[in-house]
Design a protein around this ligand. Structure first.
Ligand SMILES: NC(=O)c1ccc[n+]([C@@H]2O[C@H](COP(=O)([O-])OP(=O)(O)OC[C@H]3O[C@@H](n4cnc5c(N)ncnc54)[C@H](OP(=O)(O)O)[C@@H]3O)[C@@H](O)[C@H]2O)c1
Length: 337
């Protein structure tokens, strides 16, 4: 089968390879991958910025829409059948509750083999049925980006109708944060460093504030008026946190999700966190209950994920370059057929 792998760390070590299809063991299923989606995580894993202990060669990719091809010997299929449309959860061992060190370690696309391939493995108890309203490409956007946004807004915090949400940038997690935030009845403000993206963010339901240098946290606060936003979806990390702390209201929540601006780290002052009782909540993707809850939510409240471009698996390296270019709004996807 065809698989997108690294045999060493570095973007130049990403290559398509013909490899043997994996064989499911007891408790596992063999999945035929129909579509997949890229996350910034794939870039971090390939560069070796995520964890240099990951075993090599490694098939990249954590998000896919699949059909069940077969069950490993002795596997209890539960409610699943061959041919069912499913997505494997990224954190294969995290069922529910707080993240334990061991349960968040077993993730697809590093250290476990990923899904940018014609076939992939998953634990049967880590499968989530695909909402009927979603196409394969749309469903492939859920496991990392959408589950992360949902966990931040509906599991580890409760974004309420009438509250305000600031979502940074226009990537996969942020686009879902905008769409889910609107569905939850919030007022959503999105920042972007690229004014040409404003119309596409507005089409998702956001009010757009363009970032044109330092001071944008106060600009956002002035935009919403009052004390600031109730909630921030923080995808930049150290390089943007100081501004986010200026935008959030006293007692508000910052969901710390990403590290896109880690290289611009300016050691933000944490004094506002104390002086204004701000809650900083780290969010690692989500447990499988969150994914099931999200799927049920989408059955009742369908949305069309923001899909920027779709590439065939054979052009996966171009797809990664497109993601790295930062030109996208929402998700960059792969079809695998
Ligand atoms: N905690 C978790 O479980 C989890 C799950 C998923 C993702 N993540 C992390 O969350 C982050 C976002 O992931 P993603 O897959 O959504 O990324 P992505 O699709 O690659 O998002 C890129 C977008 O973020 C914005 N951006 C980039 N650098 C920025 C900066 N320095 N300051 C402000 N905005 C910046 C840009 O938007 P504009 O062009 O509009 O400015 C860019 O287009 C990554 O760090 C990723 O590792 C974490």
């Amino acid at each position: 089968m065809l698989a997108l792998r690294i045999d060493g760390f570095g973007l130049d070590r990403i290559a398509l390879a013909e490899v043997d299809a994996p064989v499911p063991a007891e408790g596992q299923v063999l999945l035929r991958v129909r579509a997949a989606s890229l996350n910034f995580r794939d870039v971090l894993v390939a560069r070796g910025d995520y964890n240099r202990q990951y075993p090599l060669p490694l098939t990249l990719g954590s998000d896919a829409a699949c059909v069940i091809e077969s069950f490993g010997p002795g596997t209890d299929p539960g409610s699943f059948r061959v041919g069912d449309r499913v997505s494997p959860a990224l954190a294969q061992g995290w069922r529910d509750g707080p993240p334990l060190r061991d349960t968040v370690r077993h993730t697809l696309g590093g250290p476990l083999p990923g899904v940018f391939a014609e076939y992939a493995l998953s634990r049967v108890d880590a499968l989530v049925p695909i909402p009927s309203s979603l196409s394969d490409v749309e469903a492939a956007c859920l496991p990392c980006a959408a589950v992360t946004a949902y966990s931040a807004l509906a599991v580890w915090s409760r974004l309420a109708a009438g509250e305000s949400l600031l979502s940074l940038g226009s990537g996969g997690v942020s686009a879902f944060a905008i769409q889910l935030g609107k569905q939850l009845g919030a007022r959503v403000i999105a920042t972007t460093t690229k004014p040409e993206k404003a119309a596409r963010l507005e089409a998702l339901g956001a009010e757009v504030v363009t970032i044109d240098g330092p001071g944008w946290g106060r600009k956002v606060r002035a935009h919403v008026g009052g004390e600031g936003v109730d909630h921030v979806m923080e995808v930049g990390g150290a390089g943007t946190l100081g501004e986010s702390l200026q935008a959030v209201r006293p007692g508000g929540t910052v969901s710390l999700v990403g590290v896109l601006a880690a290289g611009e780290a300016l050691a933000p002052s944490l004094t506002p966190v104390i002086m204004r009782n701000i809650r900083i909540q780290g969010v690692f993707v989500g447990h499988q209950r969150a994914f099931h809850e999200l799927a049920a939510h989408l059955e009742e409240h369908p949305l069309s994920p923001a899909i920027d471009r779709v590439f065939p698996l054979r052009e996966a390296r171009d797809a990664l370059q497109h993601l790295i270019s930062g030109q996208h709004v929402g998700k960059v996807c792969l079809t695998v057929a």
